[in-house]
Design a protein around this ligand. Structure first.
Ligand SMILES: [Zn+2]
Length: 353
C-alpha cells in the first residue's frame, strides 16, 4: 500500500497544478522534477513537449501522456469589467456554470467566478434551458475594463478551473484534470518500476485536448519502433451510463484500447495488443479490453506518423471526465503502471532487438 500513497500524492500535485492546452509549463515542471532522476536526458521542444530519454537497446519505445487539461481562454473584457471567454477543449457547457476559475497572468493567478442570474428571477423555460458557454461571463470583482486590464488580463489569457484534489472513500479520489494527470502518473511510476534495458522516450505531450498536436511532432522527431499512450477512459459503471455504452469499470484494472472513436481514431496495432495482453497474462495483471465509439488519444497521432508506428494505449477508467469532479481508483493507476513497467521489459521479445 506504500505505492498507493505515493501515487496519491503525485496525482494530487499534478491535479492541483494548472496547465490548459498550450500553457502546460507548471505541469511540466513537476514532471521534470519527478522524471529527471530516472532518465539520462530531459529536453523540451519548441511546442513545450517534455521528452525524457533513458538510453538503451532496441526496440526504442515512446511513451506518451498528455500534460494539458481542458480550460478556457479570455476572449474580451467588457466596459463593466466582465470577462467573456472561449472554450479550449471539449466541455459540456452545463458543468462550467457557477464554477470558480483562475485567470493566469504574468504576475500570478486571479480568482474569478462564472456567474449567472439567480433562479428567483428565471422564467420557467429559462430554468429548463442549458446556458451556453458563449453566453457566460467571468466576474473577478472589478468594475471597469481598465481595472481588469491593469491586472494583466488580456485576450488569450489562459483560464483553468479552481478546484483541488480530495480523497473519497477507499482508494477513490476526486479532482480536476485526472484526464490526463492520471496518465502522467502511470508513465512516471512505470519508469520508476521498470528494469527494462530498452531505449525509452517518456514524453509529456502538449495540446492533446485540442488535436493531438504534441504527440504528432514528438513521434516524428523520435521515430520510435513502438509506442504506448497512457490516458483515461470512460467507465460505464454509474447512473446515467450503461455497460452497453462503455464496457470499462473503475477498479477493475487497466484498460487496453483495441479501437476508439469507432475506428476513426485508433485501431491498435495487432502486434501491440499481443504484447500488452500477453504481458498482462504473464504477470497476472487483470486487464479490460475496450472498443469504443467515444474520443481518442495521442496514440492516433503517433501511429499515423512517418510510415506508421505500432502503437497502443493503456488507460485508466475515470468517471465524469472533462469536469472538475473526475473520480478514479488509485489501484487502477497502480496496476496500469505495473503493466507498462512489465511491457517495457518484455518488448524485445515482441519487437525483436
Ligand atoms: Zn485525455
Amino acid at each position: 500500500m506504500v505505492s498507493l500513497s505515493e501515487i496519491k500524492s503525485l496525482l494530487e500535485r499534478l491535479s492541483n497544478a494548472h496547465g490548459i492546452s498550450g500553457w502546460e509549463g507548471s505541469v511540466q515542471e513537476i514532471v521534470k522534477e519527478e522524471i529527471s532522476p530516472l532518465v539520462d536526458e530531459v529536453r523540451v521542444d519548441a511546442l513545450g513537449n517534455l521528452i525524457a530519454t533513458r538510453n538503451g537497446e532496441k526496440p526504442s519505445i515512446m511513451l506518451a501522456s498528455h500534460a494539458d487539461e481542458i480550460g478556457l481562454m479570455v476572449k474580451q473584457v467588457d466596459e463593466k469589467g466582465f470577462i467573456r471567454f472561449i472554450r479550449i477543449g471539449g466541455w459540456f457547457d452545463q458543468t462550467l456554470l457557477n464554477q470558480r476559475v483562475l485567470i493566469h497572468t504574468r504576475s500570478g493567478p486571479v480568482v474569478g467566478v462564472i456567474g449567472c442570474k439567480p433562479p428567483h428571477v428565471m422564467k420557467d423555460e429559462e430554468r429548463k434551458k442549458v446556458v451556453e458557454a458563449k453566453d457566460m461571463f467571468i466576474d473577478i470583482g472589478c468594475s471597469s475594463q481598465k481595472e481588469v486590464e491593469d491586472l494583466g488580463i488580456q485576450p488569450g489569457a489562459p483560464i483553468s478551473i479552481n478546484r483541488t484534489f480530495a480523497a473519497l472513500r477507499g482508494d477513490r479520489v476526486t479532482g480536476k484534470a485526472f484526464d490526463n494527470r492520471a496518465g502522467l502518473v502511470v508513465m512516471i511510476e512505470a519508469l520508476k518500476r521498470t528494469k527494462s534495458l530498452c531505449t525509452i522516450h517518456a514524453v509529456a505531450t502538449v495540446q492533446e485536448e485540442v488535436g493531438l498536436k504534441g504527440a504528432k511532432v514528438t513521434a516524428f522527431d523520435l521515430n520510435p519502433d513502438v509506442a504506448i499512450a497512457s490516458d483515461v477512459t470512460v467507465p460505464g459503471d454509474h447512473p446515467g451510463i450503461e455497460k452497453k455504452d462503455a464496457t470499462a469499470e473503475m477498479g477493475k484494472g487497466p484498460v487496453v484500447v483495441m479501437a476508439d472513436a469507432s475506428g476513426r481514431g485508433l485501431i491498435a496495432t495487432p502486434q501491440v495488443i499481443e504484447w500488452l495482453v500477453g504481458t498482462a497474462k504473464e504477470f497476472g495483471i487483470a486487464v479490460q479490453l475496450e472498443a469504443s465509439d467515444g474520443g481518442t488519444t495521442d496514440a492516433t497521432a503517433i501511429y499515423l506518423t512517418r510510415s506508421g508506428i505500432p502503437t497502443g494505449v493503456i488507460s485508466v477508467a475515470a468517471r465524469y471526465i472533462h469536469s472538475p469532479v473526475e473520480v478514479l481508483s488509485l489501484s487502477d493507476i497502480d496496476k496500469a503502471a505495473d503493466l507498462m513497467a512489465r511491457a517495457l521489459e518484455t518488448a524485445p521479445r515482441y519487437f525483436g532487438r
